[in-house]
Write a protein that binds this ligand. Structure first.
Ligand SMILES: [Zn+2]
Length: 290
C-alpha cells in the first residue's frame, strides 16, 4: 500500500504524519515552529525520508494563501515570518526527488473530512473550521475548490457579515471570522461583561441569560453564514469542526432552529470527524491516489 508524508504547518507547531491510502497514520511527530521555516521543514522531511524510505510523496498543508498549482506561498501574515513567497514545492522536490504538493490548511481539513470523515458520500460540501480563526474549505465533486491568481478561492472567513463591523486581521471590517471563530466568541464574552472561557460559556447558557444571549448571537451569525454559502454553492452538507465544535452539544439545536427559516433547500449539517489530525490526513491526500 502506498505511504506518503503529510505535513501540517501552523503558527506554533508543525505536525508530520506517515499516512497510507486508507488514512491510517503510522508515524505522528510534532515539532515546534521555528524560523527560518523552510530550512526547518526541509531538515525534518529529509530526516523522516531517511528513516522511512517507504515514503513515496509529500503533501503539505499550511496556513496562508497558497498557489496550489505551483506549490508556492502567495501570502502569509507575520504569524509565519518570511514564509510569503516561498517556493515550497520547487525547493522540496529538488531536495527530496519526490513529488510535493502544497495547499492551504483549511482546504486540507476539508479534503480529510470529504474522503475519510463526516463528508463521505457528499459530492458537494463546505467545511467550516471554527478555531482561532474561521477556516473554510469547499469540496465540489471530490475536489478542493481552490486557486485563483491570489490563492484566495474559498477564503470563507473573509466574506463580510457586518459592513463596518469588527476589525479583521485582513485589514477590513466585519468578516465572518470576527463573529464565529473561537477568538470572536472570546470577544463576545468579554463584551457581555462575563468572565468565562468559551468552553465554560456554552454549558452556562441554560442558567445565565447573559451567556444565553452570547450563544444566541453566535448561532444566529453562523446560521446566516451557512444560508449565504448555500445560496452561492448549493452544497449537500456543511461540516463543522475546530475547537468551538467540541461544545456543539450545547449549541447545535439552537443553530438548527435559527438556520431552518434561512435555507433555500434542505441541507445536512454535521460535526467533523477529525480534530487536529485532519491537517496531516488532508495534506497526505494531496499526494495519495484517488
Ligand atoms: Zn477579514
Amino acid at each position: 500500500m502506498m505511504k506518503v508524508l503529510g505535513v501540517d504547518i501552523g503558527g506554533t507547531k508543525i505536525r508530520f504524519g506517515i499516512v497510507d491510502e486508507k488514512g491510517k497514520v503510522y508515524v505522528d511527530e510534532r515539532v515546534e515552529t521555528t524560523f527560518p521555516l523552510y530550512e526547518l521543514l526541509e531538515h525534518h522531511v529529509m530526516r523522516l525520508i531517511e528513516s522511512y524510505p517507504e515514503i513515496e510523496a509529500i503533501g503539505i498543508g499550511t496556513a496562508g494563501f497558497v498557489d496550489a498549482k505551483n506549490g508556492k506561498i502567495i501570502y502569509m501574515s507575520e504569524t509565519l515570518p518570511g514564509w510569503t513567497g516561498t517556493e515550497v514545492k520547487k525547493q522540496l522536490e529538488k531536495a527530496t526527488n519526490l513529488r510535493v504538493e502544497v495547499e492551504n490548511d483549511a482546504n486540507c481539513a476539508a479534503l480529510a473530512e470529504a474522503k475519510f470523515g463526516s463528508g463521505r458520500g457528499y459530492e458537494r460540501m463546505v467545511c467550516l473550521t471554527l478555531g482561532t480563526g474561521l477556516g473554510g474549505g469547499i469540496i465540489i465533486d471530490d475536489e478542493i475548490l481552490s486557486g485563483g491568481p491570489n490563492g484566495g478561492t474559498g477564503e470563507i472567513g473573509h466574506m463580510i457579515l457586518y459592513p463596518n463591523g469588527q476589525k479583521c486581521s485582513c485589514g477590513r471590517n466585519g468578516c465572518y471570522e470576527q463573529y464565529v471563530s473561537g477568538t470572536a466568541i472570546q470577544r463576545r464574552i468579554k463584551e457581555a461583561g462575563l468572565e468565562l472561557s468559551p468552553f465554560e460559556l456554552f454549558p452556562k447558557a441554560s442558567e445565565d441569560p447573559q451567556a444565553a444571549k452570547v450563544v444566541k448571537e453566535f448561532t444566529f451569525d453562523l446560521a446566516v453564514i451557512i444560508s449565504t454559502l448555500q445560496a452561492a454553492l448549493d452544497m449537500d452538507a456543511v461540516i463543522i469542526g475546530g475547537g468551538v465544535s467540541e461544545s456543539a452539544s450545547y449549541w447545535m439545536d439552537d443553530l438548527m432552529n435559527q438556520v431552518k427559516p434561512l435555507l433555500l433547500n434542505d441541507l445536512d449539517i454535521e460535526l467533523a470527524s477529525f480534530g487536529n489530525e485532519a491537517g496531516i490526513l488532508g495534506a497526505a491526500l494531496l499526494v495519495l491516489p484517488e
